[in-house]
Design a protein around this ligand. Structure first.
Ligand SMILES: Cc1cc2nc3c(=O)[nH]c(=O)nc-3n(C[C@H](O)[C@H](O)[C@H](O)COP(=O)(O)OP(=O)(O)OC[C@H]3O[C@@H](n4cnc5c(N)ncnc54)[C@H](O)[C@@H]3O)c2cc1C
Length: 357
């Protein structure tokens, strides 16, 4: 390799949950790792902030109590006409956080394992040379043997894995969300999901300290309808919290639409997390998938079995992503969501998927 350039075993692009998890694991196994991110940390991330228990279980360190907001013990699913089914669990289902804090904790854990981290460094181009890969960024060029793209839903690395495919509008999702301030301390352990009259779409209300994070998401080809329906959704949620104030901080953002047919690898270039399109299409939940796929990619690199990564991803995620598609389709069908036994069943099944793989 060229002598006057910094040279690494692995360059990880993106320091979200996927990138930090992977970089830490690689460094712990003795790999030299460069982690780059275009943002300056701590950086915020547009999110509902619910970390499911199955994601928290992947951590081998504690998240300090001061960095978490609410403990979630129940899930309520609302039909189109606002009939509710609640599944109350005796076990913790998840915790809510500010992503700024959570992602920063994961990043610091990676840095503590001697991962070199360059922030404010944007990936621009990847060139595969004979025997090594040249990574061109906004600040410098680096060399490595493997690249792991954890650069989120607008991934640049993905372009090198998938080739110049036209953007598939069915693979991209869109979400609008905002915060509703509330005074009451009731129902602050409850994660609420709402059926909405748009295909493969879902509304949510997630407690976050003294606010409720309210949002609606679905396939990006329905972006306009989602934005139009958001007002109605906010009004529905506000009726459940009579003391709620004015909604604030609205934003729209893209996320993968979920589904399970994904290309996540080309030779020594791998993808994890949102960059790999790994998101639950029923809830839009992706933090577990990001951490788990980042960890899986690291594991295959450490074992020298990168060629097995795509098959391993399929084995670990395929069934669950398939199930989440079925859930979201059932929630769209009005006549199904109005049947209480079906709603109850969906609710308890969903609880199971939040708790385990
Ligand atoms: C509105 C909304 C609500 C959500 N709510 C939840 C929820 O409650 N629970 C849940 O589990 N999931 C939720 N998700 C999904 C979740 O946020 C993502 O699945 C998760 O953040 C994916 O992690 P990641 O590490 O793959 O990517 P990200 O967290 O997006 O991190 C990617 C990183 O890459 C960096 N980057 C991007 N491009 C470049 C580049 N060219 N060069 C260098 N760096 C780059 C970015 O700065 C960023 O730091 C939500 C998503 C949205 C949009």
């Amino acid at each position: 390799m060229t002598a006057n350039r910094e040279c690494y075993d692995v360059i990880v692009v993106g320091a979200g949950p996927a990138g930090s998890t992977a970089a830490r694991k690689l460094a712990m196994a003795g790999c030299s790792v460069l982690l780059i991110d275009q943002a300056t940390f701590p950086r915020d991330k547009h999110c509902g902030g619910l970390i499911p228990i199955k994601a928290l279980r992947l951590l081998d360190f504690e998240i300090p109590k001061r960095s978490t907001l609410n403990d979630i013990y129940s899930i309520t699913l609302y039909s189109h006409s606002m009939k509710a089914s609640t599944h109350q669990d005796y076990q913790l289902l998840g915790k809510t956080v500010h992503r700024k804090d959570f992602d920063h904790i994961l990043l610091n854990q990676a840095i503590a394992q001697r991962v070199r981290f360059y922030q404010g460094t944007r990936l621009q181009h990847i060139v595969e040379e004979k025997g090594y890969i040249r990574v061109i960024t906004s600040t410098d060029e680096y060399l490595c043997s493997k690249v792991l793209g954890c650069d989120g839903s607008g991934s640049i690395v993905k372009g090198f894995v998938e080739g110049e495919l036209p953007l598939d509008r069915y693979k991209m999702g869109f979400a609008v969300n905002g915060l509703l301030s509330v005074n009451q301390r009731e129902a602050f352990e409850d994660f609420k999901l709402f059926s909405v009259p748009l295909a493969f779409s879902m509304g949510w209300a997630i407690p976050q300290g003294n606010c409720i994070n309210v949002g609606i998401g679905g396939p990006s080809y329905q972006k306009k309808q989602l934005a139009d329906h958001f007002k109605e959704h906010i009004a529905k949620v506000a009726r459940l919290y009579p003391s709620s104030g004015e909604p604030k901080n609205f934003r729209g953002s893209f996320l993968p639409a979920g589904g399970f047919r994904r290309k996540v690898q080309k030779g020594n270039i791998l993808l994890a997390g949102d960059a790999a399109g790994l998101v639950d299409s029923f809830t839009g939940e992706g933090i577990y998938y990001a951490m788990q796929s980042g960890s899986l990619a690291a594991e295959k690199i450490i074992q020298g079995k990168t060629s097995e990564f795509e098959a391993a991803c399929k084995q670990v995620f395929h069934r669950q992503l398939q199930k989440s598609l079925i859930f979201s389709l059932l929630c769209y069908k009005k006549r199904y969501t109005e049947l209480s036994f079906l709603r109850n069943l969906q609710c308890s099944k969903f609880c199971k998927t939040i708790k385990s793989k």
